[in-house]
Design a protein around this ligand. Structure first.
Ligand SMILES: [Zn+2]
Length: 221
């Protein structure tokens, strides 16, 4: 479902990783066929992000997500645990000398978040609409500068969109909104939030914060 190769799917992948959610919220998460290579690459990405993102969680179950799910993941990933502690120490020392800020920052490669959203766009488009977004369809997702958000949101209102989806899974743990062009099925537009996290400096602008990932798919030229 992700690489678009025919006849290689030998696993079933949860499009939205079960690990995002508390065990009580893991019901009926959809699966798609996937090859072992894609499934492993996506799992690796998910494990990394699901260890870091809950530190920034702001949704209703944020505290339980962090307390119940993250310690086990940190224990299984010592290099990541060490990297997070190093960053925390470095920041504490730096901040302590200058001023105190009531927040903690952790290193996050936002391109990994984008990549995961691109996987989810591909899987969800197939589940909801039966449309194939694999190559050569272009699929891109990204955080955007906040000044772009109003324009991006206005795109959802365009009357040419056909099918529309709006989902909130786990009371804000993960939300997505998507629309599909009725005339070109592989043209789709998406908005994701994950745990309600806010990223800083995500799009190359120091101090600029973003909390929403937008994605678009375009048919082959
Ligand atoms: Zn594959």
């Amino acid at each position: 479902m992700y690489c678009g190769r025919e006849g290689v799917s030998d696993t079933a992948d949860h499009v939205i990783a079960r690990g995002f959610f508390l065990p009580s919220e893991r019901v009926d998460l959809p699966k798609v066929p996937a090859c072992t290579t894609c499934n492993n690459m996506k799992s690796h990405l998910e494990h990394h992000l699901l260890t870091i993102l809950p530190f920034g969680a702001r949704q209703a179950a944020a505290a339980r997500t962090l307390n119940d799910l993250v310690p086990g993941r940190l224990a299984r990933n010592v290099p990541l645990h060490r990297a997070l502690l190093d960053e925390w120490n470095r920041q504490w020392q730096g901040e302590y000398a200058q001023r105190w800020t009531p927040e903690m920052k952790l290193p996050l490669d936002s391109s990994k978040v984008s990549r995961l959203c691109e996987y989810m766009m591909t899987g969800l488009a197939w589940l909801h609409w039966g449309v194939d977004l694999t190559e050569p369809t272009q699929v891109r997702a990204s955080f955007f500068h906040p000044t772009a958000v109003r324009t991006l949101e206005s795109l959802f209102l365009n009357e040419r969109w056909g099918a529309k989806i709006e989902e909130d899974i786990g009371a804000g743990t993960m939300t997505y909104r998507a629309v599909q062009d009725s005339l070109a099925p592989s043209r789709t537009f998406w908005r994701f939030t994950l745990y309600g996290i806010v990223v800083g400096d995500a799009i190359g602008f120091p101090g600029v914060r973003a909390d929403t990932i937008y994605g678009v798919s375009n048919p082959p030229q």
